[in-house]
Design a protein around this ligand. Structure first.
Ligand SMILES: Cc1ncc(COP(=O)(O)O)c(C=O)c1O
Length: 403
């Protein structure tokens, strides 16, 4: 009898589970990157130019600060906004670097990476059906965050011939009565593009003309080569329209710590903090302690890593061009985005075959939007020896499949 009951309970549970998933979750397509990395898990001896994260460990003095705080028993929640000292240091950093003034009490929120900050920003500003204009290709989370907040992503194609820079006029023709925001992320993932100041000024003018918020994801701000990053919020008169997102993952090799921040006018940060306090409470305490150390003493580490990425960037860009995959010169982040049109394959086929036949992992450009088709993303935050070997293997592969 007991067994019969258990059986019928089990059957019921299975039937219920089919109905449990929300339409919202069902509407999301799995990240094109993840889908591809599931394949990768099954392979051995791969050279990965896939995942977008530094091959460096977090500089030890940064990790050590967190370890010591744990030893001292500093393991409790922090203020919802984050440790005051960290907010003050972030404000100081933004002032010194870009000349912008934000009040650590009310205009800065420490988050679980830029990932959480993006989600909060969308949920704080969007009503159902509101439109957010963003470039194509773009970082995989951008359209999903908008969709999850019941907004509508509106894509602006960008092209290699324009260095993958999004044009203000192409944004402006897409503005409707439903447009709430423009979402940009430069230096860009996946292209490595950096926006010239004048083009950002043109976008700022569009935002002001149409009363739009600009969400500027500047997680790669420190990773530029031979050019200066312009912080969107520092442009004249645009502060009130801007939600600036930044973080520690890339510049300080701290991806696993999960720490970032949002900076915006008081009203916006208050709305984001309300959502954050109910869903997250506070960013991880040890990660906040590590971030304090990073801002206090991590500058030489950033400079050293950026110099190293630049060396690798030069090798990979030249190498890709030499093997017959034309590659636009990326001026930021740590991605090369070569065209694969000399072969007959689309980006997914190319990436899958390259992985199977030559054991090199790259990401299909199509994972980042339609305009990413015809390209693959190669992350060069890996050793020079691996980059050189990957180029050898890719060279062999391209020779075989050249049309
Ligand atoms: C453009 C961009 N924004 C945000 C993120 C997420 O960063 P975090 O680790 O701070 O959540 C990434 C990670 O790859 C990224 O490439």
């Amino acid at each position: 009898m007991k067994r019969d009951n258990e059986m019928s309970l089990k059957t019921k549970a299975q039937i219920q589970l089919n109905k449990v998933i929300s339409d919202r979750a069902n509407r999301l397509s799995p990240s094109g990157i993840r889908k591809f990395f599931d394949l990768l898990q099954k392979q051995k001896d791969i050279i990965s130019l896939g995942v977008g994260e530094p091959d460096y460990s977090t500089p030890w003095h940064i990790s050590e600060a967190a370890v010591k705080s744990l030893e001292r028993g500093y393991t409790m929640y922090t203020s919802n906004s984050g440790i005051l000292e960290l907010r003050e240091l972030t404000a100081k950093y933004l002032k010194e670097k870009y000349g912008i003034d934000y009040d650590p009490n009310g205009e800065i929120l420490m988050t679980v990476g830029v990932s959480e900050a993006l989600d909060l920003a969308m949920r704080a500003i969007l009503n159902p059906g509101d439109e957010v204009i963003m470039p194509d290709p773009h970082y995989v989370a951008y359209d999903s965050c908008v969709t999850l907040a019941e907004g509508k992503p509106v894509l602006v194609p960008t092209y290699e011939k324009n260095s993958f820079e999004v044009e203000a006029k192409d944004i402006e023709v897409r503005v409707t009565s439903k447009t709430k925001a423009i979402l940009i992320g430069y230096p860009a993932n996946p292209t490595g593009a950096v926006m010239p100041r004048q083009k950002l000024l043109d976008i700022a003018a569009v935002a002001q003309r149409h009363n739009l918020i600009v969400i500027s994801d500047e997680i790669y701000a420190r990773l530029t080569y031979g050019t200066e990053h312009t912080c969107f919020a520092s442009l004249p008169g645009i502060r009130e329209n801007t939600i600036l997102l930044g973080g520690f993952s890339k510049a300080y090799a701290m991806t696993g710590w999960r720490i970032g921040y949002a900076v915006a006018p008081r009203e916006v940060i208050a709305a984001m903090t309300k959502i954050h306090q109910y869903t997250i409470m506070s960013a991880p305490t040890p990660a906040q302690v590590a971030a304090i150390e990073a801002l206090k003493t991590g500058e030489p580490d950033v400079v050293e890593m950026v110099e190293d990425y630049d060396r690798r960037r030069k090798v990979i860009v030249k190498g890709l061009n030499d093997i017959g995959l034309p590659c636009f010169e990326p001026k930021g982040a740590f991605y090369a985005f070569p065209s694969i049109t000399p072969t007959d394959m689309n980006s997914e086929e190319f990436s899958e075959k390259l992985l199977m036949e030559e054991k090199v992992a790259v990401v299909p450009g199509s994972a980042f939007g339609q305009c990413g088709e015809g390209y693959v993303r190669c992350c060069y935050a890996t050793s020079l020896a691996d980059i050189e070997e990957a180029l050898n293997r890719m060279g062999r592969f391209v020779k075989k499949y050249r049309k």
